[in-house]
Design a protein around this ligand. Structure first.
Ligand code: ADP
Ligand code: S3P
Ligand code: MG
Length: 175
């Protein structure tokens, strides 16, 4: 029995949104994606929010969404890759959730994020360099909040969801 919400954190393209949905179905829990909740609330997509309000505006909205999700029902929650940047968010994650850090190699992150252009932070001349830079900055922050770390490089989303479920069932703190 899972008694706390499960938060998936990790870089863009790690598979948080895709694996989160599969994991929720497997655990028979509701699923929420903080980016989707934010877009629904705002009535605008993420690139538009970045354009109009800048990254700072997006982060304010993201924090509000996280606060509300933390006080909601037990569920599987896919977060955006930058959720760990704010100390306040890291505290919320540690307090309210069981946190799974999904990792992948630079090559995989690059390939998986190249399929669409809806990530403003990767809309740069050299997305590979940007991915490396972001992972370097954020890896210590993901580790700071993570209860479980899973590498998704060599598995399909379904296999990754199964692996996460297996790791959760072994983790005493998730019970
Ligand atoms: N383990 C995986 N193996 C192969 N492709 C994956 C895997 N996880 C995710 N993907 C694909 O990568 C893309 C980005 O995944 P997504 O779930 O949006 O990542 P995130 O939410 O972490 O940014 C999607 O097209 C998804 O189908
Ligand atoms: O890493 C980031 O700062 C971001 C990640 C995105 O979510 P995904 O990690 O689901 O792509 C989205 O929240 C926004 O574009 C910013
Ligand atoms: Mg996502």
């Amino acid at each position: 029995m899972i008694s706390r919400s499960i938060f998936l954190v990790g870089p863009m393209g790690a598979g948080k949104s895709t694996i989160g949905k599969l994991l929720a179905a497997q655990l028979q829990l509701p699923f929420a994606d903080s980016d989707k909740v934010l877009e629904e609330r705002t009535g605008a997509d993420i690139p538009w929010i970045f354009d109009v309000e800048g990254e700072a505006g997006f982060r304010r909205r993201e924090s509000e969404v996280l606060r509300d999700l933390c006080h909601g029902p037990t569920q599987v929650i896919a977060t955006g890759g930058g959720i760990v940047l704010m100390e306040e968010n890291r505290q919320l994650l540690r307090t309210y959730g069981l946190v799974v850090y999904l990792q992948a190699s630079t090559e995989q992150l690059l390939e998986r994020t190249s399929k669409n252009a809806n990530r403003p932070l990767l809309n740069v001349a050299d997305p590979r360099a940007r991915i490396i830079e972001l992972v370097q900055q954020r890896d210590p922050l993901y580790r700071e909040v993570a209860d479980i770390i899973c590498d998704t490089d060599h598995c399909t989303p379904k296999q990754a969801a199964l692996m996460v479920a297996e790791r959760l069932s072994q983790d005493a703190t998730s019970q």
